[in-house]
Design a protein around this ligand. Structure first.
Ligand SMILES: [Zn+2]
Length: 400
């Protein structure tokens, strides 16, 4: 039996402690994120059933300050079908996962010949995303236009999918923190929904021009990072936008590309921004998806079209999506250096950050929660606030 982590989206440093027994130290980012791990067990050369014991420890370089264990308890996922059809280990082996205060212990019966991927959450690899985009184009010729934000710091293309012929620009962004695969699944759900033959979806294609960036941080995904990519600055890459509305260029390459694209190609009227997390430590009301909005701008009139639209979006979210920040009606504030805050300042958009809890559902659930969030926002704009939407900056006259 072999255990490896050195593949696309793999993460953690393994050390063999004995026969079928490993310790994996997770890899934190310099900015402090430490939550993802992904390894593969290969028993293709074995002739008997064996029990693999794996201890997963937070990155020791953080000296006990790692937030790793805060994300657990939460299901530990596995696939025996080459990255397809993941399920929680405990669905098969109830005793296979133990959460200790400082580490996770896995005890997994492994059949001879099996190759098994195990991860902290259900991953979507960059190569899976690229393959899916190619299928989407084949399945829906002429209905989806492919674009790019440009090349990541590591020279990988960052895809943008454009759908719809309407006026208001609706932007969906996910995958800034690469371990938060739930946002990638949610974005894929939105694209599949919009391209479906469902009557409401067809109507939305005529109402909006939608741009979906399903995976902003493609390098981080490939490297199996928790938050950042190849670049390792001390500050969190999601807090990289301070002053962007006044011309300050974000430090991380992918963030700078995103801001440039928004400024010159697609200033959004609506922005749905996905992040993700795991577990349920402080939440009674599952599925506990997070909801964060930008606090009201001081210089903005209470009855401004943007504020009306923002309130309508919030109302729809509370009743028609699973995003309640774990406690119904408790909406978080987005911090000032977050993308959303500068988008409101620069473009006067209605903006929501939705943090999908990947501990409470698999990929299909994340897929649907993405659609719920999208519909909450789209219906608030198109049905509840059509008058306010018409007063927002006109798309075609605003693009530089
Ligand atoms: Zn995040």
């Amino acid at each position: 039996m072999k255990l490896t982590t050195d593949f696309e989206c793999g993460s953690g440093i393994p050390q063999e402690l004995g026969k079928h027994h490993w310790r994996i130290e997770t890899v934190s980012d310099r900015c402090g994120y430490n939550k993802y791990f992904c390894f593969e067990i290969d028993a293709s050369g074995d002739s008997d059933v064996a029990t693999a014991r794996i201890e997963i420890w937070p990155d020791p370089s953080m000296g006990g300050r790692s937030p790793f264990m805060c994300h657990f308890p939460s299901p530990i996922w596995h696939s025996t079908r080459n990255w397809q059809r993941w399920s929680p280990l405990r669905h098969i082996w109830e005793e296979s996962v133990q959460f200790h205060p400082d580490h996770i212990e896995l005890t997994i019966p492994v059949q001879p010949g099996v190759r098994m991927q195990v991860a902290s959450n259900w991953p979507c690899r960059y190569s899976d995303l690229v393959a899916w985009i190619s299928q989407i184009q084949d399945r829906h010729p002429g209905q989806v236009a492919m674009g790019t934000l440009g090349m990541s710091h590591g020279g990988r293309d960052i895809p943008v999918l454009y759908i719809g012929s309407g006026q208001p620009r609706f932007c969906v962004v996910a995958g800034q923190h690469p371990s938060e695969h739930s946002g990638v699944w949610a974005s894929r759900g939105i694209v599949e929904y919009l391209l479906s033959n469902i009557r409401e979806a067809r109507a939305l294609r005529e109402t909006f021009q939608v741009a979906v960036i399903p995976m902003l941080n493609v390098d981080g995904n490939v490297l199996g990072r928790s938050a950042v990519g190849l670049q390792q600055f001390e500050h969190n890459n999601s807090m990289d936008f301070e002053g962007a509305a006044n011309g300050v260029i974000p430090a991380y390459t992918e963030n700078a590309l995103l801001w440039d694209w928004m400024s010159n190609r697609f200033p959004p009227n609506l922005l749905l921004h996905f992040h993700g997390y795991l577990g349920w430590r402080t939440f009674g009301d599952l599925p506990a998806d997070g909801l964060y909005v930008v606090p009201d701008q001081k210089d903005e009139a209470a009855n401004s079209p943007r504020r009306k639209l923002q309130q309508a979006v919030l109302d729809r979210f509370l009743f028609e999506s699973s995003a309640h920040t774990g406690h119904f009606g408790e909406v978080g504030d987005t911090p000032p250096s977050f993308l959303d805050s500068e988008v409101v300042k620069a473009f006067g958009s209605a903006v929501v950050c939705c943090e999908i809890n990947a501990g409470t559902t698999g990929a299909a659930g994340q897929f649907r929660r993405g659609v719920d969030a999208f519909l909450a926002m789209a219906n608030a704009a198109a049905i509840d606030c059509a008058d306010a939407l018409a007063e927002l900056p006109h798309p075609n006259t605003e693009i530089k």
